[in-house]
Write a protein that binds this ligand. Structure first.
Ligand SMILES: C[S@@+](CC[C@H](N)C(=O)[O-])C[C@H]1O[C@@H](n2cnc3c(N)ncnc32)[C@H](O)[C@@H]1O
Length: 211
């Protein structure tokens, strides 16, 4: 790919997300990003947080665009993106497959605006896979629009959900509580739920080894 894809929303939300990551990832070293999209978040966050190795991943069709951003940025801490569809992330071999590719486990994971695009079984699969590729003591940050207590938190989120479902019925805003249940099932505890601009949230979980 010659041109770099652009997702304008990343330029609006990257600064508030970075403010969260600066604190939550301050002592992290290896982050797996799921659903990197264009790669714009990755180059912005990796440049600002040079102590991190920022590993992009996405479905195959997005990898050329991510590569274009990584190549243009020439950062030392963004290895080539890996193909990862979380629909096939829930098999026990996934941890082995990552090791075979030379990947040590990650001590952090980040994903933005993905859970409402994935079908719910894919969201479930994502957490099973995260269990396999994350260190016992890991941090997980998920940004996006969520429902709370089974309700939309704004009219705009309700419209967004309707638009998503009109395009593809498997999409839609997820309940924070349902996502938290998946995180708890793999040993994570919710540490923070930061309100973000435009009725988004930034959810932070931490897992403590042995718990
Ligand atoms: C709305 S875009 C968000 C992209 C980027 N994270 C951002 O915030 O700009 C949704 C992303 O989720 C990814 N995605 C959807 N289903 C996925 C799956 N099953 N496995 C991995 N990524 C998936 C898409 O490929 C896309 O990159």
């Amino acid at each position: 790919m010659s041109g770099k894809p652009h997702a304008p929303a990343t330029e609006r939300n990257r600064e508030p997300i970075l403010a969260v990551l600066r604190v939550q990832f301050a002592e992290r070293t290896r982050v797996l990003e799921i659903g990197s999209g264009t790669g714009q978040h990755a180059v912005y966050f990796a440049a600002a947080l040079p102590q991190l190795q920022w590993q992009c991943s996405d479905r195959a069709g997005n990898l050329p665009g991510i590569r274009a951003w990584l190549d243009a940025s020439q950062l030392p801490n963004t290895p080539p993106p890996i193909e990862l569809d979380v629909a096939s992330f829930d098999v026990p071999e996934v941890g082995d497959a990552f090791s075979t590719h030379g990947f040590a486990k990650f001590d952090a994971a980040f994903t933005a605006n993905t859970l409402h695009i994935m079908g719910w079984p894919e969201v479930v699969s994502m957490f099973v896979g995260l269990d396999a590729v994350l260190e016992p003591d890991a941090t997980l940050v998920i940004y996006g629009a969520f429902n709370v207590g089974g309700r939309f938190t704004s009219d705009s989120n309700a419209r967004f959900d309707a638009d998503l479902k009109a395009g593809a019925p498997h999409m839609g805003l997820r309940d924070v509580e349902a996502v938290d249940a998946l995180a708890r099932a793999i040993g994570f505890k919710l540490q923070a739920d930061f309100p973000m601009p435009a009725n988004n949230r930034c959810l932070v979980w931490r897992r403590r080894g042995g718990q």
